[in-house]
Write a protein that binds this ligand. Structure first.
Ligand code: F6P
Length: 336
């Protein structure tokens, strides 16, 4: 019988509960003990855990957030705390720890591995989808859905008033959310890390495109989806810059934390369930330092160090698709 622990860490993502549920149920099914550490790596340092039984996870598959709570544990950068955390796990005779989180949490696992005697298995859970070695992370599909739902509503007002809106979506280091959400909501522009040159160039491009669009379609709505953390001083400033540069009036709208919450869509529930079961299989097979991923709908095991080595890059075809539906050619003609 193995003692298996689970924790969730970093930004919560819809579907984390589904992963906790499947890890717990699969482990219990094979006769193992399950422990849930609370508040991510903080729970390891403070030895704050609960025993997980079937009744704790029975009705959580549809819930957003994480029943184990989460945290961004800055204390874990401190080597002394890494040792305390590992000692707590070693004393409790935890054979395997499953961490559900993003790349920041996985770096924590690399640190923990220096002192912890047991096995470490990662499950990618972040709305940003920026983890290498997996096509999708838990929570991404739901966050895309939530953002599209909100933007469709903004489109109604934008249409009614023939207004320009700049809508900020999350993803502080990566444009997966911005590009997918921008394409799926039919945004006229997407500004993301992957296509951003510098504020001067972008301002000119956006202003010209808005004007071109007005020339071709008359007054109409115009939506710009922008990744957070990109425009210097934020999207409010982008609106001010557009006003000053080209006398274009636009309204900023930050979607914010609504993208992190809510009931997970089926894709996230199902993928999280498959990943949870695969994580337990890996613990039983005495594997360690791997991440469970999903590639072409198949569950895979990836070396954890490989997974954190590079941030996953947005697929070129997404960028191509977005660029090809903008009237870039028309714009180039006008600019000549
Ligand atoms: O990592 C997920 C994420 O939602 C990012 O998209 C966002 O930049 C960040 O978390 C916000 O973090 P916090 O909850 O610490 O403000």
């Amino acid at each position: 019988v193995k003692n298996i622990a689970i924790l969730t860490s970093g930004g919560d993502a819809p579907g984390m509960n589904a992963a906790i549920r499947s890890c717990t149920l699969a482990a219990l099914h094979y006769g193992h003990n399950v422990f849930g550490f609370l508040h991510g790596f903080k729970g390891l340092i403070n030895n704050d855990f609960i025993r997980l039984e079937e009744q704790h996870v029975r009705d959580i598959i549809h819930c957003g957030g994480t029943m184990l709570k989460s945290a961004r544990c800055h204390e874990f950068h401190d080597e002394a705390n890494q040792q305390i955390a590992a000692n707590n796990l070693n004393k409790l005779k935890i054979d395997g720890l499953i961490v559900i989180g993003g790349d920041g949490s996985f770096f924590g696992m690399l640190a923990l591995d220096k002192y912890y005697n047991g096995q470490l298995i990662a499950i990618p859970g972040t709305i940003d989808n920026d983890v290498d070695g997996t096509d999708h992370t838990i929570g991404f599909a739901t966050a895309v859905n939530t953002a599209i739902d909100a933007i469709d509503k903004i489109r109604d007002t934008a249409d009614a008033f023939e207004r320009v809106f700049v809508i900020e979506v999350m993803g502080r280091h990566s444009g997966f959310l911005a590009l997918n959400v921008g394409i799926a909501s039919g945004a006229e522009q997407v500004i993301t890390f992957e296509n951003f040159k510098n504020p001067g160039v972008e301002l000119q491009k956006i202003a010209e495109h808005i004007k071109l669009s007005k020339q071709k379609r008359g007054a109409s709505s115009y939506l710009i989806v922008a990744a957070e953390n990109l425009w210097p001083q934020g999207i409010e400033q982008l609106c001010i810059d557009l006003q000053n540069y080209a006398n274009i009036k636009c309204t900023p709208c930050i979607l914010g934390y609504i993208q992190r919450g809510g009931s997970p869509v089926p894709k996230d529930r199902i993928m999280a369930t498959k990943m949870g079961v695969a994580a337990i299989d890996a613990v039983i097979a005495n594997k360690s330092m791997i991440m469970i991923g999903e590639v072409s709908s198949k569950t895979v095991e990836v070396n954890l160090e490989q997974a954190v080595k590079h941030r996953k890059q947005v697929n070129g075809d997404l960028l191509m698709a977005q660029n090809s539906i903008l009237d870039i050619a028309e714009l180039a003609k006008i600019n000549k």
